[in-house]
Design a protein around this ligand. Structure first.
Ligand code: PHE
Length: 375
């Protein structure tokens, strides 16, 4: 069973009930842009896979699991606590109480290990309800990797314990991946992280364009998880990692807006070729048009539902949604919010009428479906 989210919940509020997959999200399932040759996401995917297979040909590659998974696969099997925020329908897309769109490709870790796989990469589209800006999109792509080691594997490396050996192999393998992408002399550093399914956990950062950038999360698989898959944990230890592919591709190809990955415009698609790291050349930036909207929020309101609704109305014509003002009425304690919606198409100029029409629909639907009071 799933606990109700701690924050407000209302069956009347369509966007926080356990059936919150909008048509715009549904359209994305099966598009499989990550499998299309010469697509920037596919270029990164292929590069990482080939990097692993070159030195470790026993790695199995999976990339055709459907994104619809059980809450058991996505959360329970990975020891994610029942009250973890990521489980709430304000953060996750639900088909029903027990079925979600995967929020990470780690959802496939346990069933693949149970099936006997000891080393694998699994890539796919993942889904999260989130804010709207140049680096956030409700669908993105991840590659997870797993390798299970056995007592004795550490012998030639001169490392004392298998656990330590696994941690060193993990770091060595991932440093290799990052150097294959960013160059042999790139500066990298390890930070300690926290994930419910690994212990210890780390994140890897690379120094790129004057900034430290987080590129992946990883760690030693918690022994409880291996035990649950049938392994004798005195004999076996595994590593796991998860890489966000958009984040890497945006840096490597200098792609300025995450919506571009979904573009079907040849001026975008024709610029990339498998095996090549060409920099994206902007073909033209069309004018932006912003509109503000202000409303009083009811108690069961959440921002992600508002963002979702804006996406449902405007799709990829919305570039950013920013909160520009927020205040609490001293007497009624009601909260008022003002958002600025920035409309801009990636491949054409929008007319004023078109934007006004979109904004009008947003206003109407927001009032009706989120039950806010427009100001
Ligand atoms: N699933 C984690 C995420 O989405 C990444 C991760 C995968 C971390 C595997 C550790 C091990 O952030």
């Amino acid at each position: 069973g799933l606990t109700r989210p701690l924050l407000g919940f209302s069956w009347r509020n369509y966007s926080v009930k356990y059936d919150n997959i909008t048509p715009k999200i549904n359209e994305k399932i099966g598009r499989n842009i990550f499998l299309k040759p010469n697509h920037p996401i596919n270029i990164i995917k292929t590069l990482v896979e080939q990097h692993f297979l070159k030195s470790q040909p026993d790695f199995k590659v999976f990339d055709s699991f459907h994104p619809k998974v059980s809450t058991k696969q996505n959360f329970d099997d990975l020891l994610i606590p029942l009250d973890h925020v990521s489980r709430g329908p304000s953060d996750t897309y639900y088909y029903d109480e027990n079925t979600v769109l995967r929020t990470h490709t780690t959802a496939h870790q346990v069933h693949l290990i149970k099936d006997g796989h000891k080393a694998f990469l699994v890539t796919g589209d993942v889904y999260r309800r989130d804010e709207i800006d140049a680096t956030h999109y409700p669908v993105f792509h991840q590659m997870d990797g797993v390798k299970v080691f056995k007592q004795g594997d550490q012998k030639d490396s001169g490392t004392e314990t298998l656990e330590k050996h696994v941690e060193l192999e993990l770091k060595k393998d991932l440093e290799g991946v990052v150097r294959a992408i960013f160059g042999a002399d790139s500066q990298i550093r390890w930070n300690v992280e926290y994930f419910p399914f690994t212990d210890p956990s780390f994140e890897l950062e690379v120094y790129f364009n004057d900034h430290w950038m987080e590129v992946l999360g990883c760690g030693v698989i918690r022994s409880e998880i291996l035990k649950n898959t049938g392994y004798d944990t005195s004999e076996y230890v595994g590593y796991a990692f998860g890489i966000g592919l958009e984040r890497l591709a945006m840096k490597v190809f200098e792609i300025p807006d995450i919506r571009l990955f979904w573009s079907q415009d040849n001026r975008f698609l024709s610029q990339f070729k498998n095996g090549e790291f060409t920099k994206f050349k902007s073909y033209s930036k069309y004018p932006a048009c912003y509109k503000d909207i202000s409303f009083w929020t009811p108690s069961e309101y959440n921002d992600n539902s508002f963002y979702e609704l804006v996406r449902d109305v405007a799709g990829d014509l919305v570039e950013t949604v920013k909160i520009v003002d927020e205040f609490k009425h001293p007497k009624t304690q009601r909260v008022s919010k003002c958002f600025r919606i920035n409309y801009r198409s990636m491949d054409r100029s929008l007319s004023n009428e078109e934007v006004d029409q979109l904004q009008w629909v947003v206003r109407e639907r927001v009032a009706k479906e989120l039950m806010v009071e427009l100001r």
